[in-house]
Design a protein around this ligand. Sequence first.
Ligand SMILES: CC(C)(COP(=O)(O)OP(=O)(O)OC[C@H]1O[C@@H](n2cnc3c(N)ncnc32)[C@H](O)[C@@H]1OP(=O)(O)O)[C@@H](O)C(=O)NCCC(=O)NCCS
Length: 186
Amino acid sequence: MFAQRVRDELSLRWLEPYHGEAPFRLIDASREHLRPWFPRMDSTREPKDTEEFIREALRGMAEGREAHFGIWVGGQIAGVTGAHTIHRLNRHAEIGYWLGQDFEGRGIMTASAAVLLDYLVEERGLHRIEARCAAGNDRSRRVMERLGMRREGTLREGERLADGTYDDTLVYGILASEWKERRGTR
Ligand SMILES: CC(C)(COP(=O)(O)OP(=O)(O)OC[C@H]1O[C@@H](n2cnc3c(N)ncnc32)[C@H](O)[C@@H]1OP(=O)(O)O)[C@@H](O)C(=O)NCCC(=O)NCCS
């Protein structure tokens, strides 16, 4: 898939190495916004770090283990969503996502993650999609709930936050049959 329209000017595109500068600039401009829930962004210090992430992601995609998309609003990258662990034997995947600060609060992520779920369920034939977030990450929880994902469990103190404290990890999941019913595709 070269680009997949989500709605209006919103589209998903495979991340490619030449995109490296754009996501890097977005991360750099949103560090304070991302840090509480994504402390690992601190290791992204220059464009070549993002390019290396993208090259690694492309290797994962070639091997069928991962699938990462840039979220574009017109000509501007707004964030990233993807599946960072696709288990082919069990036919399940875990998804993740983030948006640049200026792109929050517009419904961009729920709409984009829905297209990601379509891809994973309809095109990749996966049976179950999972997502995890820190218990305190209300915005991320709301994305999962708007997608119809069910809260299935809590991993006690599974998240190490940027300030060094621990928060519980909430595990959400949705089955392919539930997703298809929601989308009216079954
Ligand atoms: C998690 C994250 C992606 C959620 O972003 P978000 O903007 O809240 O989610 P969406 O893009 O789906 O937007 C939904 C919000 O836009 C509002 N909205 C405004 N216009 C809208 C429209 N046209 N359509 C739909 N929703 C709209 C919704 O009401 C909703 O707000 P609410 O949750 O306060 O009710 C973002 O907060 C983020 O990147 N956080 C930092 C990184 C992170 O935590 N990643 C997840 C780790 S588990």
